[in-house]
Design a protein around this ligand. Structure first.
Ligand SMILES: *[C@@H]1O[C@H](CO)[C@@H](O)[C@H](O)[C@H]1NC(C)=O
Ligand SMILES: *[C@@H]1O[C@H](CO)[C@@H](O)[C@H](O)[C@H]1NC(C)=O
Ligand SMILES: *[C@@H]1O[C@H](CO)[C@@H](O)[C@H](O)[C@H]1NC(C)=O
Ligand SMILES: *[C@@H]1O[C@H](CO)[C@@H](O)[C@H](O)[C@H]1NC(C)=O
Ligand SMILES: *[C@@H]1O[C@H](CO)[C@@H](O)[C@H](O)[C@H]1NC(C)=O
Length: 299
């Protein structure tokens, strides 16, 4: 009897779930300036679409890893389900390059309005703001690995666009520079690009020289067993953003076992920079949707 009852509940839940999640990942083929040929995919929950062009909802840009696709990050990350629950739009950009790493290495990519992947992704944000009337003050960015590198680069090149970012196992903005499109910087990957706080901050500030407005707050995740983008990249990224915010690199608080046993959370300055470092965690730190939404002020 109990088994039958459970079966009934499961069936009812499945029906409810399929009704709720009838929206799908859609490609948008015309979204504005797209010099680098980046592809745009979007997930708009039904409840958001129903509101039309005045939704006033947040946007999360969710950026895949090397070898990934928009579809893979859509099905392999929690953002679409969370979008159904909390009512926001997810943009999944897709890299135009073989191997699908992001161009975080060319001078154009590392320059405000430089006309590379960074500019194309911002075109996608502008398209989404105007098409859905989303909230320009609540545009967020996240990514894993190459997508995490891109998150740091977007925060540096377009600080006026993004209110906050979360970075899953990346490197500082500019660390991967090679001067070529879609390159690979082994020195940086292997954690041998060690610089002062000032040098890292200047590297980021140079990407949009003269900008004096608000900047995205940054949550940086990394694992101590990362053998792709080696662990020193955690501290170097913390140096970069604390430097940009004129904060001390020494944390104001350190919480071990937070948000779960193997992680340590360090908070800097007024709280605009936070690190979460996982002991024994490899590449990449598993996405923590609850941490992201709390950081973005969505949940
Ligand atoms: C951007 O380029 C890609 C690849 O050529 C194409 O699929 C997409 O439709 C383009 N979008 C725009 C807005 O030009
Ligand atoms: C990687 O970046 C470092 C500076 O951080 C630079 O010295 C090196 O030449 C770069 N590597 C490549 C392959 O461009
Ligand atoms: C990061 O910096 C802190 C403080 O300087 C140091 O204790 C820690 O070992 C560093 N971590 C890594 C991964 O380099
Ligand atoms: C950091 O300090 C510099 C120099 O005083 C200032 O121009 C800049 O606006 C400050 N940055 C932030 C984020 O407060
Ligand atoms: C921290 O200070 C910066 C300016 O330096 C400001 O933009 C930001 O909103 C502050 N963050 C918090 C969490 O108060």
């Amino acid at each position: 009897m109990m088994v039958l009852f459970r079966g009934f509940l499961a069936a009812a839940a499945a029906t409810l779930f399929s009704t709720v999640q009838s929206a799908a990942l859609q490609q948008v083929t015309s979204f504005g300036d797209n010099t680098s040929g980046t592809e745009m995919y979007i997930y708009v929950p039904d409840a958001v679409a129903a509101k039309g062009a005045s939704s006033d909802v947040p946007i999360i840009v969710a950026i895949h890893y090397c070898g990934g696709t928009a579809q893979a990050y859509y099905s392999g990350s929690p953002y679409a389900q969370l979008a159904d629950q909390y009512g926001f739009i997810v943009i999944y950009p897709q890299s135009p390059y073989a191997g699908t790493c992001w161009d975080v290495t060319s001078t154009a990519a590392l320059t405000h309005n430089g006309g590379a992947d960074t500019s194309s992704i911002v075109s996608m944000v502008q398209y989404t703001l105007s098409t859905y009337g989303a909230d320009a003050s609540r545009v967020f960015v996240t990514g894993s690995s190459s997508g995490a590198m891109m998150t740091n680069v977007l925060a540096a090149t377009y600080p006026e666009v993004f209110a906050a970012g979360t970075v899953y196992s990346g490197v500082p903005a500019g660390c991967f520079y090679t001067g070529t499109v879609d390159g690979w910087n082994t020195t940086c990957a292997e954690g041998q690009s060690i610089h002062s706080q000032e040098v890292w901050a200047e590297t980021a500030l140079n990407m949009y020289r003269g900008y004096t407005g608000k900047r995205p707050k940054m949550l940086i995740f990394h694992g101590s067993a990362d053998n792709v983008l080696y662990p020193p990249n955690f501290n170097e990224t913390i140096k970069q953003w604390t430097g940009v915010f004129n904060m001390s690199v020494s944390p104001v608080s350190t919480q071990t076992g937070t948000p779960s046993s193997v992680y340590t959370k360090t908070t800097y300055g007024n709280g605009s920079v936070v690190g979460i470092y996982g002991q024994g965690i490899g590449h990449t730190v598993p996405i923590m949707g609850d941490q992201d939404l709390a950081w973005f002020g969505i949940a």
